[in-house]
Design a protein. Structure first.
Length: 348
């Protein structure tokens, strides 16, 4: 228990036999329950999880209040968190029958922790990149009532940015800008950071059952949190890289995340329109996009006419004018959006 709040940590794992044991061993004592979700690893990750779970079992595991959890291979006894006291195993081993992806493993842990009634649920990767000594800094904004969701930020200072490989740094920066537009959290950085904490109320307010299966889940979750008007905190944390390998496949991740961001943006605009049919940001975004599309259409017609021998000076001017008007409306829309969501972003 941390400052009178029960803490659950989800550790999604896929082929992390050489790292996950260290994650368990260095977990702070105030963590009440660890949900270790093996996403059908092909190495010995599942056996490592089982070994640590058996070692964390309490002597009175046969007492009342015990529930049985079927993990596919065997049944293990655990209990619900009750004020920080652990009965049974502190580590809850869960194994997927089929590989579901990073988002799918996280979704399984979220649903279980939410149903268990844990006050704050943390996500910590099994590859050892998340420093357990930083966990209290991640929890404090929620415990103190400043935020409903907190996430690590490796881009907060120059030293941390230098620790990140250049390709990851550029990709993270670009994804940050796109996620700001889609989610409405204009103060956030490092949206793909997997070191996060969420309150029970926030977890219950979003449809966590429909969280995406792949690595685009953080972007989708941010949109859901904004629609629910939840406050998020960016917590500065150092980047840690060792011998771990990223499971992100950029050929699929880039188009998949782009579609997720577009859908999220449209979903957020629809939610705002439903609440306020005259919301200025929605009107400016819609009109600006329509005018930009018209500028492209005018420019296309102008190019066709030029090729066919019927050039016109008016068409290029009209296309340029429409482009400037459309871009200006989008800038106005973003400024309104920034103002309306300013209270939802917290920097720590």
């Amino acid at each position: 228990m941390y400052r009178r709040h029960t803490i659950g940590v989800i550790v999604p794992a896929y082929n992390e036999e050489s790292h996950i044991g260290d994650v368990f061993a260095t977990m702070p004592d105030f963590v009440d329950r660890i949900y270790a979700v093996d996403d059908r690893s092909t190495d010995d990750t599942w056996h490592v999880i089982q070994e640590y779970a058996s070692h964390s079992r309490q002597p009175d595991s046969e007492s009342t209040g015990i529930e049985t959890v079927d993990n596919g291979d065997e049944q293990l006894q655990t209990s619900l968190p009750d004020g920080g006291a652990v009965v049974g195993s502190k580590i809850v081993p869960i194994r997927h029958a089929e590989n579901q992806g990073a988002g799918g493993a996280l979704r399984t842990g979220y649903i279980r922790a939410r149903d268990d009634g844990v006050d704050i649920v943390v996500t910590m990767d099994a590859d050892g990149q998340m420093d357990p000594d930083q966990l209290s800094a991640l929890l404090d904004p929620i415990v103190e009532g400043d935020a409903d969701y907190a996430k690590g930020n490796r881009l907060a200072d120059q030293l941390s940015r230098r620790e990140m490989p250049p390709f990851r740094l550029f990709g993270n920066w670009l994804l940050t800008q796109l996620t700001k537009i889609a989610s409405g959290y204009w103060r956030l950085q490092d949206p793909q950071n997997g070191y996060t904490a969420i309150s029970h109320d926030a977890l219950s307010a979003v449809d966590i059952e429909s969280l995406p299966d792949d690595h685009d889940y953080p972007n989708d979750l941010l949109v859901r949190l904004n629609i629910a008007r939840m406050r998020i905190a960016d917590v500065s944390m150092p980047a840690v890289y060792d011998d771990e390998e990223s499971t992100i496949r950029y050929r699929t991740f880039i188009p998949l995340t782009s579609v997720t961001l577009l859908r999220g943006f449209l979903r957020r605009m629809r939610a705002q329109f439903t609440t306020d049919r005259r919301h200025p940001a929605v009107l400016c975004y819609t009109t600006g996009i329509a005018v930009l599309i018209s500028s492209v259409a005018i420019a296309t017609v102008s190019a066709v006419n030029a090729v066919s021998g019927e050039p016109s000076i008016r068409d290029p001017i009209a296309a340029l004018f429409a482009f400037l008007v459309g871009a200006g409306l989008l800038v106005v829309a973003m400024q309104i959006d920034i103002r309306d969501n300013a209270q939802l972003g917290v920097r720590r």
